[in-house]
Design a protein around this ligand. Structure first.
Ligand SMILES: [Zn+2]
Length: 258
């Protein structure tokens, strides 16, 4: 298996995990930058992430268009990935999703979404909210061109997550494993924060020191990080696609248990 084949397999796993963990439904998508051509990235053709297979993955350029002839329909919002990957050379993978638990925080903008649980620390202390109407007026609220995608990327800045008002979120990370984990815990952190607020009183947010301590020494193939990826991949029936470049052990379930 070539390096690119393994990256495509990882992208299939990422799609299936995000679907199985209810981060995406029929909509939403995940991309990874080409390891050898930084101005290219991989993203599925227009398809529900649950259904994505190896052959559905398409290679795109930074204009959000496929680099080869492609007759199959593509995601309307593929520009999100191009815009963020273009603006952030440090980012290797991007997720866009409409997970319902984060949506209140993109609408009630006086209440910022901040990390409150240890597994939510990776979203970072600051989660900006991007509102497409600020610069583009009345639209269908979808990111359908590069100008809108670049505006979103500008709002994201150097942060890990931007909420998209009345729409969803975009998250960005240095690895596919990291962006998937962050995107799974982002809605959970939002749900817990909202639940805590219903109890009333002061909210205990994670401190910057706690966030920094959790980020320290982070590696996508550390025992702790690999554990979630391996678990979620097996849980969605993708154990057989698992591969790890560090040659570490891989646990594959004999049966799919869904
Ligand atoms: Zn969307």
């Amino acid at each position: 298996m070539s390096k690119i084949d393994n990256i495509m397999k990882d992208l299939v796993i990422a799609n299936r995990i995000l679907a199985n963990e209810d981060v995406v439904d029929a909509y939403g998508h995940v991309s990874i930058r080409h390891p050898d051509k930084p101005n290219h990235f991989f993203l599925s053709r227009s398809l529900a992430p649950e259904l994505v297979e190896f052959e559905d993955i398409v290679e795109f350029g930074m204009d959000g268009e496929p680099v080869r002839d492609e007759k199959r329909p593509l995601y309307l919002e593929r520009f999100i990935h191009a815009g963020i990957l273009e603006a952030r050379p440090d980012v290797m993978a991007v997720v866009h999703a409409h997970a319902e638990d984060i949506l209140p925080f993109g609408i009630a903008t006086d209440t910022p979404l901040r990390p409150v649980i240890h597994s939510g620390s990776f979203i970072g202390a600051n989660v900006p909210v991007w509102d497409i109407s600020e610069n583009f007026g009345d639209t269908n609220v979808l990111v359908s061109n590069m100008a809108q995608a670049r505006d979103l990327a500008k709002k994201l800045g150097g942060n890990n997550v931007a909420l998209m008002s009345a729409h969803g979120f975009a998250s960005a990370a240095k690895s596919l494993i990291e962006v998937v984990r962050m995107s799974v815990y982002l809605p959970r952190n939002a749900r817990i924060l909202q639940n805590a607020k219903t109890l009333g009183g002061e909210i205990r947010y994670l401190s910057q020191g706690e966030i920094d301590a959790r980020n320290r020494g982070y590696s996508p193939y550390s025992t702790e990080t690999w554990r979630t990826w391996e678990f979620w991949a097996n849980k969605c029936g993708c154990g057989k696609l698992l591969n790890r470049p560090d040659g570490g052990p891989i646990y594959v379930h004999e049966h799919k248990h869904k």
